[in-house]
Design a protein around this ligand. Structure first.
Ligand code: C2E
Ligand code: MG
Ligand code: MG
Ligand code: MG
Length: 283
């Protein structure tokens, strides 16, 4: 009777090891699973018009909600998603979520906009524009209410980027360069693209009021962007002093913790409504 017992033990060990392996999938395996299970949620960081204090929309920021309820920040999985090609279906899920959660609000308020982040791969393939058109079809949302943004990594393949940007703008979307100043491209390189807006990276906003070498660069970025006819959005505004400086310099829009962090859909919509009411009462 020892033999069947040994076989049983061996089978048990195999089962336990297999279970352990399944639970410890590679990061890529886990991310694939997350895409298949649609585990991505979108939070919305309010975009503020500095001159009026109005909330004119939000940036859609993806989070991975794991089965145990924990939230994973995009910095921790977007790079892997980009390397593996999984970022394309993630973008699709973000678009679907934005339309599902924001449709009613966007249809009832034409002044509200949602900015969606595109990866370098989305820009290169251009396929995202068909996905977006399909998602907006029949939704009542105007293409003008959806803004698109990409970091300069998306502009490396210049011909593909130019084609995607031109198609996006022809469809009615505004296009912005994100995190400007953190990479290698210059404003003159960007002149080769028909862009609508430039988002100044938080690292430059942080220097406002500080006596550092980079702090002297920030006003030049603003001036040059304005000279190129680009709208300017400041990212990561945390203090009133920064907001005041940017408004005086003619920067149109800002986002940052001074106003609000990225919020779940319902909280964002409540925030936007309270801002509208306040600014109406104020004027
Ligand atoms: P980003 O597009 O530059 O987004 C701004 C990031 O700065 C967000 O981080 C936001 O929560 C954070 N932030 C905003 N205001 C403040 C502030 O006042 N102080 C500080 N310390 N941080 C602030 P988040 O949500 O972790 O996103 C990180 C990056 O992940 C984004 O940077 C974007 O590049 C990428 N990402 C987010 N969602 C998507 C997406 O749907 N698709 C793609 N391809 N990338 C995404
Ligand atoms: Mg962004
Ligand atoms: Mg940014
Ligand atoms: Mg940034």
């Amino acid at each position: 009777w020892l033999l069947p017992l040994g076989a049983l033990m061996a089978a048990l060990i195999v089962a336990v090891v297999a279970w352990g392996l399944r639970r410890r999938l590679s990061p890529l395996g886990e991310l694939k699973m997350a895409v298949a299970r649609r585990e991505f949620v979108v939070h919305y960081q309010p975009l503020i018009e500095l001159a009026t204090g109005r909330c004119i929309g939000a940036e859609a920021l993806v989070r991975w909600r794991r089965p145990d309820g924990s939230m994973v920040r995009p910095d921790l999985f977007i790079p892997l998603a980009e390397d593996s090609g999984l970022v394309l279906p993630i973008t699709d899920q973000v678009i679907a979520e934005v339309v599902r959660e924001m449709r009613a609000a966007l249809v009832s308020d034409r002044d509200l906009h949602i900015a969606i982040n595109l990866s370098a791969q989305d820009i290169r393939s251009g396929r995202v524009l068909a996905v977006l058109a399909q998602a907006l079809q029949g939704s009542g949302i105007a293409p003008q209410q959806i803004w698109l943004e990409a970091t300069e990594r998306g502009f490396m393949d210049a011909d593909a980027a130019r084609a995607t940007i031109n198609r996006a703008r022809a469809a009615g979307h505004a296009v912005a360069i994100d995190d400007f100043g953190t990479g290698y491209s210059s404003l003159s390189y960007l002149q080769g693209f028909a862009l609508d807006a430039l988002k100044i990276d938080k690292s430059f906003i942080d220097t406002i009021g500080a006596e550092t070498v980079t702090s002297s660069v920030t006003p030049h970025i603003i001036d040059m962007a304005q000279a190129l006819g680009l709208q300017v959005v400041a990212e990561g505004v945390e203090t009133q002093a920064q907001a005041d400086y940017l408004r005086e310099r003619g920067v149109q829009f800002a986002q940052g913790w001074l106003f609000a962090k990225a919020l779940p859909a319902a909280e964002f919509l409540a925030f936007a409504r309270s801002r509208q009411a306040k600014t109406q009462a104020g004027t």
